[in-house]
Design a protein around this ligand. Structure first.
Ligand SMILES: Nc1ncnc2c1ncn2[C@@H]1O[C@H](COP(=O)(O)OP(=O)(O)OP(=O)(O)O)[C@@H](O)[C@H]1O
Length: 604
């Protein structure tokens, strides 16, 4: 058996899993309903035949026979509708269950991906796949699947009937249909069309991603008096989508027109063939009746065929949507060890770590980094912008896995720890704090969902946010974000410190934690952090060197390598890069002081 990965509809059915059974029932009900719907036509045929047989003496008509067929016809139609309804119900239930199943699978998989994946991929793209592409599947399974079966069975039944009546007339009908299909298929299924569809999906994803950026970047756009036109990315993506859609639709013109012309002129092909054969048939009358039947049936078959054509275009969209889902499923999830090891201590060790964002062979942003952040001590990372400080911090929670060397916690390689155990050891306070659209209380509680009320308040007090929370009209029940209040950058950071205090993990990583702090806020933040770092292994990244000069160890980075290390005094004494940074920092502080003095003088 081949293990080739499935694509398109077979892949969709594979994703549907055991919910396929409902789809099978939907298919069976729809097929049965088609045949039952044909019963009234059969009954009309027999009733007509009986009436014609006794046209000269109508009293000889078998009334019971006619009533029987009338009842059969009505029953067939009624049962046909019931089965059609059951088929529709089954497909709807199956669709929503499949949708739910696929979304859960996608969410589970996304949850298992390394955090770096979310930096690399725009949220708009992921959102489009989970919402838009999965939703299209519902449309297909719930509505079009039973219709598709109906249409296919009807076309098959009509074709069989045609061939059983007359092969030549049937061929005169079927050959133009096949040519019409070939014209359309060559346009829609060719490699150019497939590439076009991919490009169409890319354009749609780009619009999704850049529209989110546009909305998020609205304050900057407004402040700088710009318009949508000046937000080039969104504007360009919209233009690209418009131009591409017009070009893409145009490319189907010839194929679709040829297909439609063929379908609507089937009688033009049937009539000459019929006239050719009628003269050679001894039973002219019977052949004439058959020819009449074909001339009536030919336009009738075009309706289900048009329907089938529209399904073909939906199918290509579904297939591309399933491909997009598979691209997410193919993303390598974090490799979890069978049985995770627990660290016995909480020092962090970097051993000859080299890392490139581009994977193996890419440009290295960290080159052979080795250091130990001892347990219970504060280690600071400093260095010019782009030297790799944030990358080091993000490698510890496995945003990405290192390509060379290894990172350990208490001597245990982080790749040998289960992710939940690794995360339990760590707390983060990032520069950009993320608060959920929820109450302030729940935002702090997120640090340890099992914490008691008093513990949440204690954490808020320690993080210097209790006072400002109490001042809000609804206190801890105040909603944050949409429909609620917005906090200042410094307040948000202190809430995230409260969250970290509540989590009380043995290792703490602070990335630019005082970035938003004004003098008042910075003082509050320092008080909050002092509480937070007590007895923890702390790795801190800060541009304000004054905040880290007390650190037990300072590691100076330059272009992805360790340039120097030591305490503040040792590094100053050595007079290297750190001393230059310190001089620059103190010069800026003096400059700020001078400005303040000038302002004060002016005020006086
Ligand atoms: N997601 C990413 N993909 C590719 N390259 C990245 C990514 N993040 C950072 N880099 C690159 O890696 C290098 C190190 O970046 P990093 O953010 O670690 O530096 P940093 O010292 O923290 O800088 P800063 O002080 O400005 O925040 C930079 O050259 C940066 O351009």
């Amino acid at each position: 058996m081949s293990n080739k990965p499935k694509k398109g509809i077979p892949r969709l059915l594979e994703l549907a899993g055991e919910k396929r059974t409902l789809l099978v029932w939907s298919g069976i009900s729809s097929t049965a309903s088609v045949f039952l719907m044909l019963v009234p036509y059969v009954s009309v045929y027999f009733v007509m035949a009986e009436l014609l047989k006794h046209a000269s003496d109508i009293s000889a008509v078998d009334a019971a026979f006619i009533i029987r067929w009338a009842v059969w016809g009505a029953a067939g139609m009624a049962l046909g509708y019931v089965l059609m309804y059951i088929g529709g119900m089954c497909s709807h239930v199956a669709a929503f269950r499949i949708l739910y199943g696929i979304r859960v699978k996608l969410s589970d998989h996304i949850g298992a991906l390394p955090l770096g994946y979310f930096n690399k991929h725009a949220t708009g793209k992921i959102k489009k796949v989970i919402e838009h592409d999965v939703e299209k599947i519902e449309l297909f399974i719930a509505h079009q699947f039973p219709d598709l079966i109906n249409t296919a069975v009807m076309i098959a039944a009509i074709t069989v009937t045609m061939f059983s009546l007359d092969m030549w007339l049937a061929l005169a009908c079927v050959i133009p249909i096949l040519i019409g299909f070939a014209c359309q298929y060559s346009m829609m299924a060719g490699s150019k069309a497939q590439a076009g569809l991919k490009e169409y999906f890319d354009a749609l994803e780009n619009i999704n991603a850049s529209s989110i950026q546009y909305v998020r970047g609205m304050p900057s756009i407004k402040i700088f008096g710009q318009t949508v036109r000046s937000f080039r990315k969104f504007y360009d993506d919209m233009l690209r989508y418009r131009d591409f859609s017009v070009k893409y639709t145009d490319s189907f013109q010839n194929g679709y027109v040829s297909f439609k012309v063929m379908m609507l002129s089937l009688a033009t092909f049937v009539l000459p063939v019929g006239l050719f054969f009628i003269s050679g048939d001894p039973d002219h009358m019977a052949f004439a009746v058959t020819l009449m039947f074909f001339l009536v049936l030919a336009p009738g078959i075009s309706t289900p065929i048009f329907k089938l054509g529209s399904f073909a275009s939906t199918l290509t969209v579904i297939v591309e949507g399933v491909n997009r889902m598979d691209q997410i499923f193919q993303e390598q999830a974090i490799v979890e060890p069978e049985s995770g090891q627990k660290p016995s201590a909480y020092d962090i060790g970097f051993r000859e770590v080299s890392f490139s964002y581009g994977g193996e062979g890419g440009a290295e942003v960290l080159k052979g980094i080795s250091f130990t952040a001892p347990q219970g001590q504060i280690t600071a990372l400093v260095g010019p912008s782009g030297s790799g400080k944030s990358t080091i911090a993000q490698l510890i929670p496995r945003f990405w896995d290192v390509q060379k060397g290894g990172i350990t916690i208490g001597g245990t390689d982080i790749r040998d720890m289960r992710s939940n155990e690794l995360m339990e050891c760590l707390s983060f306070v990032f520069q950009d704090t993320f608060l959920f659209s929820d109450t302030l209380y729940n935002n702090i509680l997120a640090g340890r969902p099992t914490a008691a009320k008093e513990e949440v308040y204690a954490a808020a007090r320690a993080a210097q946010c209790h006072e400002f929370i109490e001042r809000l009209p609804k206190g801890y029940d105040t909603l944050i974000g949409e429909g609620g209040v917005y906090l200042s950058g410094g307040e948000e950071q202190r809430v995230s410190v409260a969250r970290a205090i509540l989590k009380n993990s043995p290792i703490l990583i602070l990335d630019e934690a005082t970035a938003y702090a004004d003098p008042e806020n910075e003082y509050q933040m320092q008080l909050a952090l002092r509480e937070l770092v007590k007895g923890k292994t702390v790795l801190i990244i800060a541009h304000r060197l004054t905040t880290i000069c007390e650190a037990d160890q300072i590691i100076v980075l330059k272009e992805g390598q360790i340039d120097d290390r030591g305490t503040h005094d040792e590094l100053i004494a050595r007079g290297g890069l750190y001393q230059k940074m310190w001089d620059a920092h103190t010069a800026t502080a003096c400059w700020e002081m001078d400005l303040r003095r000038e302002e004060e003088a002016l005020e006086r």
